[in-house]
Design a protein around this ligand. Structure first.
Ligand SMILES: NC(=O)c1ccc[n+]([C@@H]2O[C@H](COP(=O)([O-])OP(=O)(O)OC[C@H]3O[C@@H](n4cnc5c(N)ncnc54)[C@H](O)[C@@H]3O)[C@@H](O)[C@H]2O)c1
Length: 443
């Protein structure tokens, strides 16, 4: 499918003119209409998450998947079966080593490349995709160094190809509810968000894990050996950034970060595999709980937690506060001055869904919840695939992708410098000053 290149001005123009026109254009669209113009995807990294995402894209519909790439033959064969069962056609397999994704990106019959590899490969794969004229979509975080963040921005600007980080937590029902209420100014002027990735992912279960079944370290565990900071920031920072208007009238300016000592990996491995296991005795750089504080140009703050190796139930926190009200995801409660029935008293958030459920959720919610992360994965692909199909900017753009991912290297620098403040680069080079709405396609 030939697509016009999007230059930088059009990129921002589309985004600024935004959702109203696109919303109307998409109103009559159905899943069936997608079949008329399938989006052709090459997929790199077919592990746990990759295989799940392939299934999600097939469920959204309107895709062809002519090519898959992985260095692990079993993963590749499993993913190929998923594609063949879903589409009735065998994808071509790229299995000639760690750089074979480059050959996949060069194919002329792809519109986009999606990747779910380990973190350090996201930027190289996205750069190869954009250089070859494709849209890119990457699992989170998109980059692990500031240099990689800039590489994404500069490659996207130079090639005119969008790059979307697949930050599914932006599409959770509660996150979109609150975003819609913020757009209606129900919380007044925004002041603060508190959010966290608080998920014990030490032992392999489902799609996460740092420790393999024999006590070996998986690739996430190896990051914990050498890096100390917020290594997985984009789940909490993405929805918070959308709520606070980051890159849409405001921007992150600086960050301070500190970590506790590291105990959780040693404790878990000792308990599961014995105190003499080499990985039980190993020294881990990653502090068990990292806390970062971010400031914005317009005087807002964000507190971020990264807590992935202590025993705990999952909790994303997601507290949003403005001059007129507050929402707490942990409590599932809201208080809005002048609207909540009793002063100083929380209300259940449930009734708000009846009144303010986001249009994307109203339209796709029943289908979406059949897929991962309570439907958020499905919704993010309705948006990415719509953008590719129509040659439009992606709702999470390369500037969001870079700014949200930059939290990792900045927090590592701050922790390493006794919590010294670190300045955020302005990846937009001043374009953040222009207010624009979050793009929503197909409603
Ligand atoms: N958004 C979410 O909710 C969510 C959930 C889980 C994982 N993830 C992200 O998805 C990504 C993958 O995580 P996972 O749990 O599936 O890991 P995984 O280890 O199961 O899968 C990674 C895959 O990448 C392959 N790979 C490694 N090097 C490669 C190379 N050079 N070329 C091609 N393939 C290569 C591996 O063989 C493996 O199949 C990570 O970035 C993770 O953060 C996101």
């Amino acid at each position: 499918m030939a697509k016009p290149r999007i230059n930088r001005r059009e990129f921002l123009g589309h985004s600024a003119a935004g959702s109203l026109a696109l919303g109307l254009a998409g109103a009559a669209r159905t899943f069936a209409a997608y079949e008329e113009k399938p989006v052709r995807i090459g997929f790199v990294g077919t592990g746990n998450r990759g295989t799940d995402l392939l299934g999600t894209m097939l469920a959204v519909g309107g895709v062809e998947i002519p090519a898959l790439c992985d260095i692990n033959p079993e993963h590749l064969a499993r993913a190929a079966r998923v594609v063949e069962e879903g589409l009735g056609r065998k994808p071509e397999l790229y299995d000639r080593g760690p750089e074979d994704y480059r050959r996949l990106c060069e194919r002329t019959d792809l519109d986009a490349v999606v990747t779910a590899t380990p973190w350090q490969l996201h930027t190289p794969v996205m750069m190869a995709a954009m250089e070859a004229g494709k849209y890119g979509a990457t699992e989170v975080p998109a980059a692990i160094t500031l240099e990689q963040c800039w590489q994404l921005v500069e490659t996207s600007e130079r090639t005119g190809r969008p790059c979307m980080m697949l930050e599914n937590e932006c599409y959770y029902r509660y996150a979109m509810l609150i975003l819609g209420m913020i757009e209606r100014e129900m919380f007044g002027e925004l002041l603060h968000c508190e959010a966290g990735y608080q998920h014990d992912v030490r032992y392999l279960k489902g799609i996460e894990g740092k420790i393999g079944p024999d006590g070996s370290l998986l690739w996430r565990g190896e990051h914990a050996v050498t890096r100390n900071g917020n290594l997985y920031p984009t789940h909490p920072v993405g929805p918070a950034a959308w709520c606070l208007g980051i890159n849409r009238g405001d921007r992150f300016t600086r960050l301070v970060s500190m970590s506790t000592k590291s105990r959780g990996m040693n404790h878990k491995i000792a308990r599961m595999f014995g105190a003499d296991h080499p990985n039980a005795k190993r020294k881990y750089a990653l502090g068990d709980i990292n806390t970062s504080l971010l400031a914005t140009e317009n005087g807002l703050t964000v507190t971020l937690y990264h807590d992935t190796q202590s025993p705990r139930p999952y909790d994303e926190i997601f507290r949003v506060q403005g001059t007129q009200g507050i929402y707490s995801r942990t409590l599932r409660k809201i208080y809005i001055e002048g609207r909540s029935p009793q002063e100083h008293t929380w209300e259940d958030d449930e009734p708000y869904y009846k009144e303010f459920d986001h249009p994307l959720w109203k339209k796709y919610g029943d289908e979406a919840v059949k897929r991962g992360h309570d439907g958020a994965d499905f919704l993010e692909f309705t948006q990415f695939l719509h953008a590719v199909r129509h040659g439009l900017p992606t709702p999470i753009d390369v500037y969001d992708t870079a700014a949200w991912s930059a939290v990792s290297p900045l927090s590592e620098s701050s922790v390493g410098m006794n919590s010294a403040p670190q300045d955020f680069p302005d990846f937009t080079r001043g374009k953040w000053k222009t207010p624009r709405k979050i793009l929503v396609y197909g409603v």
